[in-house]
Design a protein around this ligand. Structure first.
Ligand code: PBG
Length: 324
């Protein structure tokens, strides 16, 4: 008689499934993106991301401390300046007194090296036109002029205490430019988490509310086209050659093939960003009682880890870490 090959044996009890699970989700794998805003007296809920808020300087400190106590692997900070403080150059980005740099300084002094403090190194929150770079006379995003701004922003963020910078603007040469600026300023320990394959995505919608974005139009001249897969490996080769310490794929769920490709090729740690729209979709469906919220959250995060992410940026980082 032939042996009875039954894969279901390994699914027969919860203990058996736990024993043979290939992928795990630990607090250290999760990074919490956080928003800190100027000009508010108390935390301001983000309507399209129920449960996520723009923090005041004080509420940020408390929430960051809680997340770190729950064991998250790191924090990724975004700054939301007053509309009145935005300009064409995004001057608030490299101003040591800008909202993001102040918050970085405070958190680094609160938390020291107990977590990995990350900063979004991009101009879009700080420009009055909302683009990730500065514009040329024709109103196009000027790649190389933008790199000069990123260099300055990177040094300001390193000075403020960020351990890891996340250039998210998809300018060509941004990793090399930032690495060079950091090294020249003596910040050779400050790392770069490169947004390697970042796609122009409709799923960023809620984030635009989260940061009070001024953008009209789109980012299709610098972010990647959803139709393209091979191109992500070209971006990966460039970022690695330019000195990226870690690489990232973004968004996550609609780009798991890209994530798997990048994870197979990368010799540095790979992150994926479960973005605002992914958060909002699950939250909205759960609010309607259409899906089981907690199960959907864990499944979505497991799928991102399974596809190859060592690290996942998710707005549920603290909750999932604490709920364990
Ligand atoms: C741009 C930036 C965006 C996000 C992170 N950095 C938005 C965009 O590219 O339009 C999106 C994050 C999210 O949607 O959760 N600096």
């Amino acid at each position: 008689m032939s042996p009875q090959i039954r894969p279901r044996r390994l699914r027969s009890t919860a203990a058996m499934r736990r024993l043979v699970g290939e992928t795990s989700l630990e607090p250290r794998h999760l990074v919490l993106p956080m928003f800190v805003a100027d000009g508010i007296d108390e935390p301001r809920p983000i309507e399209s991301m129920p449960g996520v808020q723009q923090h005041t300087a004080d509420s940020l400190r408390a929430a960051a401390a809680d997340a770190v106590a729950a064991g998250v692997g790191g924090l990724m900070l975004f700054g939301v300046p007053d509309a009145a403080h935005k300009d064409g150059q995004g001057s608030g980005a490299d101003d040591p007194d800008g909202v993001l740099n102040r918050a970085l300084r405070q958190l680094r002094s609160d938390l020291g090296d107990s977590t990995v403090l990350m900063a979004d190194t991009c101009l879009d929150e700080f420009t009055d036109h909302g683009h990730c770079g500065v514009l040329d006379a024709q109103g196009r995003v000027d790649n190389d002029a933008t790199l000069e701004r990123y260099r300055s922003m990177a040094v300001a963020q390193a000075e403020a205490g960020a351990h890891l910078l996340g250039p998210s603007g998809m300018m060509d040469g941004q990793v090399a430019a930032i690495r060079d600026a950091l090294d020249l300023a003596g910040f050779d320990d400050t790392g770069i988490l490169a947004y390697t394959a970042k796609y122009a995505s409709a799923f960023y919608g809620p984030f635009r509310e989260a940061v009070g974005s001024s953008l009209e139009g789109d980012r299709r001249t610098y972010q990647q086209d959803a139709a393209n897969r091979r191109e992500a490996l070209r971006e990966l080769a460039l970022d690695l050659a330019e000195g990226a310490d870690m690489v990232m794929v973004k968004p996550a769920m609609s780009y798991l093939d890209i994530l798997a490709d990048v994870a197979a090729e990368s010799d540095v740690p790979v992150a994926a960003y479960q973005i605002s729209g992914e958060y909002s979709m699950i939250t909205a469906a759960a609010e309607r009682g259409w899906i089981d919220r907690d199960a959907a959250i864990v499944e979505s995060l497991l799928s991102i880890r399974r596809a190859g992410a060592d690290i996942v940026l998710t707005y549920w980082a603290a909750e999932v870490a604490g709920a364990r």
